[in-house]
Design a protein around this ligand. Structure first.
Ligand SMILES: [Fe+2]
Length: 567
């Protein structure tokens, strides 16, 4: 049974699941080169169908990441109570499905899909299933986790009306214990602070997390009165400080400005109070999540936790949840943001609705396109680039990194989630003190306050890092052991932490070999790993994207397939 999952909220994506096995999943921005695209995911959908060797006529069901029926209910409470707006609520629902096809007001999403793929008049109508947003997030984590049973926590800005879900999975199904309804929302709170600090909401939250380590949480007490935990395990946001629920351009209210001072414009310098507010918001987010997770641990008795939703991309919060909420182990969906709801919606249909048995543990998110050596060689030749073919590209790349080069590393299938995990990565030597300055200056032009992350051999991780276990998807923060900080200055954040990826030889043999080679040469089995893209760009997808990025930035070398290209 083939189910195609689609989402077209921010980070539009498609995923194809066959009998419980994920065949393909990709985020649309990588194909269209339009960052955080919320358009209909036509390109990633076509990729998934092609990769699976099928077409829409062969799909049993198309699973959508959103249930417009539930959304309709919530409009009545979300906006004002003025009667004159009620027609607009009704209008808004089909609009949500139509918004992506300008000028085609007579069409629904189903019409669009059918027409685009010449299915109109087909023998079998397309079966569309609208999966509620947080059910899709929950399914994306639990159904591909290694756990037979587990507690489930999903947290984001908002779904149709839910901003957090607490549940419990057993076997091939999960049940919902509680849902927290928008406008109560931790994701929306954090997005509002992100915007207040001069960054882009629902986009730059990771920057605020990076900034937080530079500040003192001296506003945490004040913010703690605005986001209050409740004895029943929930939380309550004092909405008089915010406007995120009122569809205004600014997500915070005048009262927030009175309490914390003027907001920052994007081009204004970052002052100490900005750093301190970031630290405070981060602390309040973490403390509230721990409170909710502890309650979930008690209510379910489960020792394991599945996490998803955009807030689960906050690796510092994830680590504190794992260390302080009483869980022994966790699975975090690598595409925890809304791209993952395409996959989750498909899994929901297969398991929760159809009762098919779970078959796959997601150990990797390399579910996107890959290119053969022949395809790569053809492009290299076309571009008249000088290249060498290596039987052992891992050793050749390790040699360049040890020699001080910053290299592009393009191998195998593209990652589904937002992190480059050794398939579309830029790699460098973490022992270099100046590596951040060099990378910032020559390739990434990243802000001074954002650290670079390490990938470490799984078996060597405990020697260098202290914290909550394996981290295959770079979604946890670890402490760098004090005695090792001198050895790897390129990846230590200002507070002594690092956003670690642990690399397992059984899952990523080639990337593991590269890091092992580095370890053999330098004594440090760690590589600095950042996403393969230039400033403001989305991560490279194709060979062409990689070559363009390589030639237009200050990368020294590129290891692409078996080929090493040098400038
Ligand atoms: Fe979401």
């Amino acid at each position: 049974m083939d189910v195609l999952g689609l989402n077209f909220s921010p980070d539009a994506a498609a995923a194809l699941v066959r009998d419980g096995e994920i065949l393909a999943a990709a985020t649309d921005e990588r194909f269209t080169r339009k960052k955080h695209s919320r358009d209909f995911p036509a390109a990633s959908m076509q990729y998934c169908l092609r990769h699976a060797g099928t077409d829409l006529a062969g799909i049993e069901a198309v699973a959508f990441f959103w249930n417009p029926g539930i959304h309709l209910q919530s409009f009545n409470v979300r906006l004002s109570a003025a009667m004159r707006h009620h027609a607009e609520y009704l209008y808004d629902v089909p609009n949500h499905l139509l918004a992506h096809y300008p000028g085609r007001w007579e069409e629904t999403a189903v019409d669009y899909v059918e027409q685009r793929f010449a299915l109109r008049g087909a023998a079998r109508p397309l079966r569309i299933v609208y999966v509620s947003h947080h059910h899709a997030h929950a399914a994306s984590a639990f159904f591909v986790s290694p756990f037979e049973e587990a507690a489930i926590l999903t947290v984001d800005g908002y779904g149709e009306k839910t901003s957090a879900l607490l549940g419990q999975g057993r076997g091939d199904r999960f049940s919902v214990l509680r849902e927290i309804e928008f406008p109560q929302s931790l994701g929306a709170f954090y997005a509002a602070v992100t915007q207040y600090l001069g960054f882009s909401a629902n986009c730059d939250e990771g920057k605020v997390m990076g900034l937080a380590a530079h500040g003192e949480p001296r506003f945490a007490e004040a913010l703690g009165h605005i986001v209050r935990t409740q004895p029943d395990g929930g939380f309550e946001v004092d909405l008089s400080y915010f406007a995120y629920h009122q569809e205004r351009p600014r997500r915070y209210a005048p009262k927030f400005l009175q309490a914390f001072g003027p907001d920052r414009r994007p081009d204004e310098p970052l002052e100490e109070r900005h750093l301190d507010l970031a630290a405070s918001a981060q602390k309040v987010l973490e403390d509230t999540l721990i409170h909710v997770a502890r309650h979930l641990r008690q209510a379910t008795g489960q020792k394991r936790l599945c996490l998803a939703g955009g807030v689960a991309l906050n690796c510092v919060a994830n680590s504190r949840i794992l260390e302080e909420a009483g869980f022994e182990d966790a699975f975090i969906q690598p595409a925890a943001g809304d791209n993952g709801t395409s996959l989750g919606a498909a899994l929901f249909v297969q398991h929760q609705l159809e009762g098919r048995p779970r078959r796959q543990v997601m150990t990797s998110d390399a579910l996107g396109p890959s290119y053969t050596d022949e395809e790569i060689e053809r492009e290299l030749t076309e571009d008249r680039l000088r290249f060498e073919r290596h039987d052992d590209i891992a050793a050749a790349a390790a040699e360049r990194i040890t020699a001080g080069d910053i290299i592009g590393w393009f191998q195998g299938r593209m990652e589904f989630g937002p992190r480059a995990l050794g398939h579309r990565s830029i790699l460098a030597d973490p022992r270099r003190k100046d590596v951040k300055a060099v990378l910032d200056g020559r390739v990434k032009r990243r802000e001074w306050f954002r650290p670079y992350a390490p990938s470490v051999l799984r078996e060597a991780a405990a020697e260098y890092f202290d914290g909550p276990g394996d981290s295959p998807f770079m979604l946890k923060s670890h402490r760098v052991r004090p005695e090792k900080r001198e050895a790897v200055p390129g990846i230590v954040h200002v507070d002594g932490s690092a956003r670690v990826q642990t690399v397992d030889a059984a899952v990523q043999p080639l990337f593991h070999r590269l890091i092992a080679e580095l370890g053999r040469r330098t004594g440090v089995p760690i590589v600095l790993n950042t996403s393969f893209n230039g400033q403001g760009e989305t991560i490279v997808c194709t060979v062409r994207d990689a070559l363009r990025c390589f030639t237009s930035t200050g990368l020294d070398a590129l290891a692409i397939g078996r080929y090493l290209v040098r400038k």
